[in-house]
Design a protein around this ligand. Sequence first.
Ligand code: MRU
Length: 344
Amino acid sequence: MNSIEWRNNAVRFLDQTELPLREVYIETSDLSVLADAIIRLKVRGAPLLGIAAAYGILLGIQSAKNSSKDALEFSFEESAQRISATRPTAKNLFWAVERMRNILRLNSHENTITLFEKLESEAKAIHEEDRVMCDRIGNIGAELIPHGAKILTHCNTGALATGGIGTAFGVIVTAHRMKRAIHVYADETRQLLQGARLTMWELQNAGIPATLVTDNSAAWTIKTKKIDLIIVGADRISANGDTANKIGTYNLALLAKAHGIPFYVAAPTSTVDRSIHHGDEIVIEERAENEILNGWGRQIAPDGAHVFNPAFDVTPNELISAIITENGIVRAPYVQTISAVVNQ
Ligand code: MRU
């Protein structure tokens, strides 16, 4: 299963809003279609957003391939802006745009055809590197998973959300392949049920023993099912280790502390934003009211109900036992340890 692919000058992606009932692929050579798919979470998950951003830029500049260099540069900036305006929180999206922009800068002496080829290679490299990073995160993180571990996870961090086996899910699937006899409890993950619809689907496809729980049963699940550890992904990690991830992650970190179990974050270094020092500076996406006002095929709150619908929260670094990256596992003090792995 490929969540996203670049082929024949078009992007083909799996529409994640249709899962788990239908596997629908959308193929487009129109940047607006891809940008809209990102906004609607047909394409989602921080690392996948980075890959989608790079391919999105290719879509946006395609028609300028045979024009002047000025026209290509202009459409590059237009496309970069369009893709950057889709969702604000995942660092990977902006990181990928910046990588593409660097290629444009470094090759400004080339003709437009060569420039496009270089940008295309860079987008493919971003995709391939993410696959490799996932494998490394999986192998490195699996050492934190004891035999017979009961694991609680949140949102979706698997192949659907990345270019490879996943981040937190990559650790889970690697531990499973190592025959660690794990059992995973997946939070259903409001708003859009990424845990129920997507993580359960991936767990079942991988043959990993798993149980679905509602978000509000987390404390009771930890206590009664004797959860050994919690592992989640990340959308943006500030220089001090504060971590933005799907709304509800912070709750879980507090619960891990209260129950004396480890709380792990797994993410590639492309998720780290060292330009910001503290989690308070992370922009948290707020989504439409109707995601909360409607569900189960009908309106579920009275007319006029006010809604606060943040898509992410920030877990303070002191609640994080370790961050698993492709360059190693880091622990507090994160300012120093994160800097060491990101510089590699
Ligand atoms: O709103 P989403 O579904 O894009 O949120 C995704 C998450 O919060 C994931 O946990 C995070 O992006 C890590 S994906 C490897």
